[in-house]
Design a protein around this ligand. Structure first.
Ligand SMILES: [Zn+2]
Length: 272
């Protein structure tokens, strides 16, 4: 599932390849997207002024003053290229632009992706999103964890607490800061909060620099894969040896989510 670094990469790609382009026509829109946004065809004739990211949402600012909000969910991809490719059966939206024979495709195998104009309900969702992960400070994290007895892994995944983190980068951040994923949020020490803040910021920066992580389908808008997979220390590494201590990386479930960690480097201190 695309997380913040992947969405950031896509937004940067859209700003470089689609910004300023006017929609000539929508040759194809799948019924499930029209059901979620009946007015999607109003994009015709409008111009994409700019794109920004909030959490894992892509927000397109249009010349008409409307804003389009895109969430890729499990498997959504946005591809931009020449207007001559053959349609894939998973292409659910095609936008052809007036200039430069350019075409944007929204491809989504699992069909959970959402494209909607921003109205009151969507704005409310955006307003509720938590602190942006790449910019989080130790004092912000302190204020967020101290109120919660939830496992730290679950808290970090909550988009209304911290926006943008998902399973990959939470597991990597907890490993880097030596914190057990089941540890109660409110029991984190000041040192652990500092270490976790640093880990989140470093991992976000490194992942954005490497265009995100590609396992199967994710890519930037030009089809380029993310390169962060080579930096993964625990995510999907269960059964491998920990690079710090040599113990075996294990996988457990936390709140229903597969969770990877090193039992030696991330001890579950039960003194609290
Ligand atoms: Zn270890």
């Amino acid at each position: 599932m695309p997380e913040l670094p992947e969405v950031e990469t896509i937004v940067r790609g859209l700003n470089s390849m689609v910004k300023g382009l006017t929609v000539q026509r929508l040759p194809h829109v799948s019924p499930h997207l029209l059901k979620r946004e009946p007015q999607l065809r109003q994009l015709t004739g409008d111009t994409f002024k700019s794109f920004e990211r909030r959490g894992k949402y892509i927000i397109a600012h249009l010349k008409s003053g409307k804003r389009l909000m895109i969430h890729l969910r499990m498997s959504g991809r946005i591809l931009v290229g020449e207007d001559q490719r053959r349609r894939d059966k998973h292409d659910h939206l095609e936008i052809v632009f007036r200039a430069r024979r350019r075409r944007l495709v929204f491809r989504d195998v699992r069909k959970f992706g959402v494209i909607q104009f921003v109205r009151d309900g969507q704005q409310e969702t955006l307003n509720r999103l938590g602190v942006e992960a790449p910019a989080i400070t130790a004092s912000q994290l302190q204020a967020l964890v101290c109120k919660s007895k939830r496992p730290v892994k679950s808290l970090l995944l909550d988009q209304y607490v911290i926006a943008g983190l998902g399973n990959i980068y939470v597991d990597e951040s907890l490993y880097r800061s030596g914190i057990h994923p089941l540890k109660a949020s409110s029991s984190l020490s000041a040192n652990e909060i500092r270490a976790l803040t640093r880990a989140i910021r470093q991992i976000m920066a490194l992942a954005i620099k490497n265009l995100g992580t590609t396992f199967d389908s994710y890519s930037g808008v030009n089809g380029e894969s993310g390169r962060f997979a080579r930096y993964l220390k625990v995510y999907n590494q269960n059964g491998s040896r920990c690079g710090k201590c040599g113990d075996v990386i294990v996988k457990i479930k936390v709140g229903g989510r597969g969770t990877h960690f090193c039992p030696t480097c991330q001890k579950h201190d039960r003194r609290w």
